[in-house]
Design a binder for this molecule. Structure first.
Ligand SMILES: O=P(O)(O)OC[C@H]1O[C@](O)(CO)[C@@H](O)[C@@H]1O
Ligand SMILES: [Mn+2]
Length: 442
C-alpha cells in the first residue's frame, strides 16, 4: 500500500500544470485578490482624511502583491507585527534551497496558498486604522443571511429531536446520520472555491440528503457512530470533542447543530471549537464570526433560531462550549509537522475523544497535501498525525482524493473528474483511530 513502505508521494504544486494548484495560482487567487481590491476601493471612496489615506496604502500593497503573484516573483518576507510573523519568515528561509528562492508557481501549493492569505493580513496589519478589520466579514455575513431559511428548518428539526426523551439506538442513529451528513455537505458553502461568489445553502438541508447521498464517495458514519455510541457515551472520565472548524455561514451553523446533537447522544462534558486567528481562505471562521452568528440567532425573528441561539449562548457562557484560537491553523504547515512544530497543541489534542476536521484545506493538511493515489488508506495518508481519533468531513474541491475502496473508486468516473472534482459536488467522510501519542515509547 502506498505510503506504508515510507514512500510518500510528491506535494501538490503549480509547478505541475496538471495539478489544480496551477489554475488556482494562475487564475483563482488573482480573482480573489482583484475582488478584494475592488471592495477596498469602494470602502476608500466612503472614507476621508487619514482613514482614506490608509486604505489607499492598503490598495497599493495588495496591487503590488497581485503583480508579484501573477509574474511569479520570489515570495517576499513579511513585515508586519502579527505574532506569527517570525514563524512565517523562518519558514520562508527554510524553503530557500541553494540560490533558488521560493515562488508562487514553483513552491508547494499548501505553502503558496496559505502565504497568499497571510500576505493579505499583512497589508491590513501594517495600516493605522484597519489592523483588526475583517475584509471578508461582509461576504461571511451575506453567507449567513442567504442561508437563513435552511438554517431555520434545520433548527426546527434539531429542537424537535432534542425534545424527544428517547434512548432507542436505531432511532438516535437515524438522527445522528442526518446531522452528520448535513455538517458534511455544509462544507459546500465555501467562498474560496467560488472565488468569493455567493455559494450558499438555499434548500432544506435534511430533504436534500437523499439526493446528495450518491455523491458521497466514502462514508465512515457507521464507524463514527459505533465509536460515539459504544465508547464516548459510556466513558466514565471527562468527555471531550473538538471541532476544527472551516467556513462561516451555513457550514458553521450545521457544525454547531451536530455538536448539539452529540451533546444529546454522548453527554460530552466539553466541546472545543477551533477557529482562525485572522481572515483566512475567504470564508473561514474567526471567533468574531461565531459570536456574530449566535447573536444573529438570538435576535432573529424566527422563534426556533432564537431558542437555539439562547441555548448556545448559555453553552458558551457556561464553558461547556469553548472557542479556541491556535496559531497553528493559520500557519503553512500540514498536520504531519504539528508534533514537531507545536508539541503543546499536539499534546493538548491527545486529551480529546474525537477530533472532527471540517473542509478541504484541513483534509489537505491531514494528508500533507501530497499526490496520494485514490486507493491509499486514510490511515496511511495522515502519517503519524494521530493525537486522537480523527473524523474528516470534506467536500471534494481539489485533486487530492484518497481512502476509497476499489469498488468506490470504480464508481467514481475518474475519466471525467475535471467535471466533478473541483466544485464541492462530491464528498468524503473518513474516520481513523490509529493513535500515535506524542511521547513515543523508547
Ligand atoms: O473551505 P475549504 O473546504 O477548506 O476549501 C478551501 C479549499 O478549496 C480550494 O479552494 C480548492 O481546493 C482551496 O483554496 C482550499 O484548499
Ligand atoms: Mn474554508
Amino acid at each position: 500500500m502506498e505510503g506504508a513502505s515510507g514512500c510518500v508521494p510528491r506535494k501538490l504544486s503549480a509547478k505541475f500544470k496538471e495539478d489544480f494548484a496551477y489554475p488556482t495560482v494562475k487564475d483563482r487567487l488573482p480573482i480573489i485578490l482583484t475582488k478584494l481590491i475592488d471592495s477596498i476601493a469602494r470602502k476608500r471612496d466612503c472614507e476621508k482624511n487619514d482613514r482614506q489615506t490608509d486604505l489607499k496604502a492598503i490598495i497599493g500593497k495588495l496591487s503590488k502583491f497581485r503583480s508579484f503573484l501573477m509574474t511569479n516573483k520570489p515570495i517576499e518576507k513579511l513585515n508586519d507585527e502579527l505574532p506569527d510573523v517570525k514563524v512565517w519568515n523562518d519558514y520562508l528561509l527554510n524553503q530557500t534551497v541553494g540560490n533558488e528562492s521560493p515562488s508562487h508557481f514553483t513552491s508547494s501549493w499548501l505553502y503558496v496558498e496559505c502565504y497568499f492569505y497571510r500576505k493579505l493580513a499583512e497589508s491590513f496589519n501594517m495600516s493605522t486604522h484597519f489592523k483588526d478589520f475583517d475584509y471578508f466579514f461582509e461576504s461571511k455575513q451575506n453567507a449567513w443571511f442567504t442561508s437563513i431559511n435552511a438554517a431555520e428548518s434545520l433548527a426546527k428539526h434539531l429542537l424537535f429531536v432534542t425534545s424527544l426523551d428517547y434512548k432507542d439506538e436505531k432511532y438516535m442513529y437515524e438522527h445522528f446520520e442526518q446531522f452528520f451528513e448535513v455538517a458534511l455537505w455544509g462544507n459546500k458553502c465555501d467562498l474560496s472555491i467560488s472565488a468569493g461568489a455567493e455559494n450558499t445553502q438555499t434548500v432544506d438541508p435534511i430533504e436534500q440528503l437523499s439526493i446528495l447521498r450518491p455523491n458521497l464517495l466514502h462514508n465512515c458514519k457507521h464507524d463514527v457512530w459505533d465509536y460515539i455510541w459504544n465508547y464516548i457515551r459510556n466513558k466514565e472520565e471527562k468527555k471531550r470533542i473538538d471541532f476544527v472548524l472551516d467556513n462561516a455561514g451555513f457550514e458553521l451553523f450545521s457544525d454547531l447543530c451536530l455538536a448539539e446533537y452529540l451533546m444529546l447522544c454522548t453527554d460530552v462534558d466539553i466541546i472545543y471549537f477551533h477557529v482562525k486567528s485572522y481572515p483566512w481562505f475567504v470564508s473561514d471562521v474567526t471567533s468574531k464570526d461565531v459570536e456574530w452568528t449566535v447573536t444573529q440567532m438570538v435576535t432573529s425573528e424566527s422563534d426556533q433560531l432564537k431558542e437555539l441561539g439562547s441555548k448556545w449562548k448559555d453553552r458558551f457562557q457556561s464553558g461547556q462550549w469553548k472557542i479556541t484560537i491556535e496559531a497553528y491553523w493559520t500557519l503553512p504547515y500540514s498536520f504531519w509537522e504539528m508534533e514537531e512544530v507545536d508539541m503543546q497543541l499536539y499534546a493538548n489534542l491527545t486529551s480529546s475523544d474525537l477530533l472532527i476536521f471540517k473542509g478541504d484545506l484541513n483534509y489537505r493538511k491531514l494528508c500533507r497535501d501530497s499526490k496520494w493515489s485514490i486507493l491509499t488508506d486514510f490511515d496511511v495518508a495522515i502519517g503519524c498525525f494521530q493525537p486522537a481519533p480523527i473524523c474528516a468531513l470534506r467536500t471534494v474541491k481539489c485533486d487530492l482524493l484518497l481512502g476509497l475502496t476499489t469498488e468506490e473508486a470504480e464508481k467514481c468516473d475518474m475519466q471525467n473528474r475535471e467535471k466533478w472534482m473541483f466544485d464541492g459536488s462530491r464528498a468524503v467522510a473518513h474516520f481513523s483511530t490509529k493513535i500515535c501519542l506524542p511521547f513515543k515509547p523508547v
